[in-house]
Design a binder for this molecule. Sequence first.
Ligand SMILES: Nc1ncnc2c1ncn2[C@@H]1O[C@H](COP(=O)(O)OP(=O)(O)OP(=O)(O)O)[C@@H](O)[C@H]1O
Length: 592
Amino acid sequence: MTATPGHTTPGRAGLARWLLHHTRDLLKPLGLAIVLRVIGQLVGVALLVIAVDGVVRALTTGNTDVLWPTVTTLVVLALVKAVLRYLEQYSGHYVAFAALASLRRLFFARLAPQAPAATDGASSGDLSTRATRDIDRVEVFFAHTVPPAVSAVVVPIVALVWTAIAVDPTLALVMLPVPVLVVAVIPFLSGGLTWKATRERGAASGRIAGHVSDSIAGVREILGFDHRDARLAELDALGRSSARAARRVSGVAGLRGALVQAVQFGGIVALLVMGSERAATGAIDATDIAVAIAVLIGIAGPTRAVDGFVADLDASFASAARLFEVLEREPVVAETSAPTDSHAARTSSSTTDVVRFDGVSFSYPGSASAAVAGVDWSVPRGAHVAVVGVSGSGKSTLTSLLTRTWDPTDGSLRLEGADVRTLPLGELRDRVAIVNQRPFVFGRSLRDNVLLGAPDASDEQLAAALHTAALDEFVSSLPDGLDTPLRERGARLSGGQLQRLALARAVVTDPDVLVLDESTGALDPATEATVRERLAAWAAGRRTIIEVTHRVDQVLGADEVLVLDRGRVVERGVPRTLADADGPFASLLARV
Ligand SMILES: Nc1ncnc2c1ncn2[C@@H]1O[C@H](COP(=O)(O)OP(=O)(O)OP(=O)(O)O)[C@@H](O)[C@H]1O
């Protein structure tokens, strides 16, 4: 993934704070879930203690009548516990699912400003795993972790303090190591052993998802070039590394469960031994020993819950870490903090240049050479200009700086006099529309796809855009017209139809500047001529067209052409004049 440095991923405590920070609106219902759980589990301990106390008293006194008030109390407490359990489950899951919804919103809200720079190089399978499975796993943290974790600490403390006061302080002391070991020591030690493996397992799953989604998207190439065996071998290798990490996690989980049980039974044995010694001195009686054992058994459930969630919690934190990496990454371009009055800047500007590059240079992160170097260029309003050059000469990069996919490493770029960095990104991208080489089609209707950037456009505006892009005849030939559902990635469209759809999508937003990045290459010559004619009529000297192409013969009619070579401007001028000169443009033309 093309990562831009953000904050270092914190450890589990930091991630817990981070999750709680982003879901702070839910802290009240979360608090309620915790209180309900703690009370419910204390009631559970009380149930055991009262039952054991009643039975032992009845047996030692030989009077079974004393059991009736005990039974009544137990019935009432059992009902109370059931109601508390229901309310706790309800509020815990309410919090969990509301938290997931807000994390999903946050994921897209934070990802959008990083795009397309940070998402272009990323595996879509890995990103979608983060947005779905990783977010779902965080549910464990809210619904099955925070309330049990708090009650695993609070319930034993209350129970032991009560035992010390109401039964015997020595027995309470004997019991103390059990919850300490079960709740704190064992999970802490095992967490250290499994955290790395759990993170490796999460990363491996992301890589598997990326591999599978690439295989689906590239199935034609895989079959066409008989690449199946190699893909399967890669998938096997990924599966093996995921299984290795999973084995380590499960092995440690098994060991942890065994240790917890050993400690709990050891606690009962210790109570029996110490209790008998204390009873022999007359300090306590049989009922006290039985009640203390009941308390230890009563707190076994709440404390063992830690063992239950520790493995899931590691997975939950590993997922939170994968979310953190995306959500806290610095956007490649920063939204202006104090937007200038761009309209005022525009109207007060006396310039007739709609776009102006001043000493613009740009290098991709990690790249030693500049993709664009020292470009000075101004484009007059209403002009049709072209940027040409051999493949890799920096044409697309130059125009992507205009909409701030990236910011220049040096120099500045102005739109109608205003530095693009001072314009709100939304406004900038409204005013400059780019038709990309590889437009994306969503699995929605043709209408929705064209109106992506202008959902409120009128029917007339839509019809005009379709006409300009020469897509109108195609649309009328479809039985469902604009309501025709399109499959994702435009599977039902030809290359030329896809390009015209992308063109209509840009034109309908009524931009000041339209950038065409190799966006007519798939059209047949007659359709291309129609599109060019209609685009010229649409621009009508008011809107500016910047055309990026390596098909130099197609831009002989442009007002100006800029020839790039390895990121530098090597020639500029009126194309027909340059065609007759003996320069780079003429030699590009000779190659056509
Ligand atoms: N996202 C990226 N990360 C790193 N390097 C990149 C990236 N995109 C492009 N480049 C590099 O920057 C240089 C200019 O690429 P650019 O796409 O701007 O050229 P181009 O003239 O538009 O090429 P083409 O005509 O083939 O589309 C090339 O060397 C390319 O390898």
